[in-house]
Design a protein around this ligand. Structure first.
Ligand SMILES: [Zn+2]
Length: 324
């Protein structure tokens, strides 16, 4: 399984370095945007909710710098981080759990238990790939970035939730009422998204990602159903796992582009026609994206996910949480 490292290589080759500022999405809800820096894997977006008891952090990033921004934000707000909610087990969303736990030993981490299956499957495979890559790579900075990834995986249970989200429902987290939903087998075996009815903010995790849907561990069809469910939530603002916040019309554009991409990939059309289709459909959402980067990623996922052998897709679509 080469997906993560290959996707990473595409990212390294083509992205611009950017580190967007923290922005207020709604009163008491701030976005610490994920960052792509050449030579490194990405960080997912982090969303910070102020509650009566302290802060709730949705996704903790991967690299130390990203998580430090979350810790600095808490310091600046003079509020403790009471809870972390992880949208899914990909390292760009849970890697910061370790540092947040170190700074706030009483923090409660909420997530699905899908990480348990991943530790024996996808992450174990990825770790092997990293070890091989370390042996073959000369550039010291790159080797260090691979070693950091291995160290994260080796942190094992320190990345796991304290509170397992096993079903959807309303939950009080740090004294605040959230609608917490568990989506099985969409982006991963267990994806969590949360809706804050007070501010009408929806934290979607990687159910919405730009510049393309990141299909590495996904069941594309179930992901599509999950997008239909998101549409039914009365949100004003949706915050993706990667990319800028969206209003409802922008999300509708994303959904349409996603559906067209799946239809095209399922047809006999040439791969490049499907890539062109994505670029056209998603254009309003791809303002400053490098189009060669988008093409590389979209092409990669058409070959390795959407047009992957049926057995691979079935495994991702049918696996229960433990088997993933
Ligand atoms: Zn991600």
């Amino acid at each position: 399984m080469k997906t993560l490292l290959f996707a990473c290589a595409a990212v390294l080759a083509a992205t611009q370095s950017w580190a967007a500022e923290t922005t207020t999405v709604a009163p008491g809800v701030d976005l610490i945007p994920g960052t792509f820096v050449p030579g490194r894997q990405p960080d997912g977006n982090s969303l910070v909710f102020r509650t009566a008891d302290g802060l709730v952090v949705f996704d903790s990033g991967r690299h130390a710098e990203h998580t430090q921004r979350i810790l600095d934000f808490a310091k600046g707000a003079k509020l403790p981080i009471k809870a972390v909610v992880n949208s899914h087990w990909h390292l760009d969303h849970i890697g910061g759990n370790l540092r947040i736990r170190a700074a706030y030993p009483d923090v409660r981490v909420y997530a699905s238990i899908a990480i348990d299956g991943a530790m024996g499957g996808f992450l174990a495979d990825y770790r092997k790939q990293l070890v091989d890559a370390i042996a073959q790579t000369k550039d010291e900075k790159t080797v260090q970035s691979y070693r950091d990834e291995v160290a994260l995986i080796d942190a094992g249970r320190a990345l796991y939730p304290d509170e397992v989200i096993a079903k959807s429902g309303t939950r009080r987290i740090a004294g605040h009422r959230f609608d917490v939903r568990l989506q099985a087998r969409a982006v991963t075996a267990g994806d969590v998204w949360i809706y804050d009815p007070t501010t009408r903010t929806l934290a979607a995790g990687d159910l919405v990602t730009l510049p393309v849907p990141l299909f590495d561990t996904a069941c594309p069809a179930r992901w599509q159903s999950a997008l239909a469910e998101l549409e039914r939530v009365p949100f004003d603002t949706l915050v993706p796992g990667h990319g800028a916040p969206m209003q409802r019309a922008q999300f509708a554009t994303y959904r349409r582009a996603y559906a067209n991409l799946l239809d095209c990939a399922a047809s006999s059309k040439d791969k490049n026609a499907c890539i062109d289709g994505w670029l056209t459909d998603a254009k309003p959402l791809l303002a400053d994206a490098d189009s060669s980067f988008v093409r590389t990623l979209a092409g990669y996922y058409i070959d390795n996910s959407l047009r992957a052998p049926k057995a691979k897709i079935d495994r991702l679509c049918d696996a229960d949480m433990k088997q993933h």
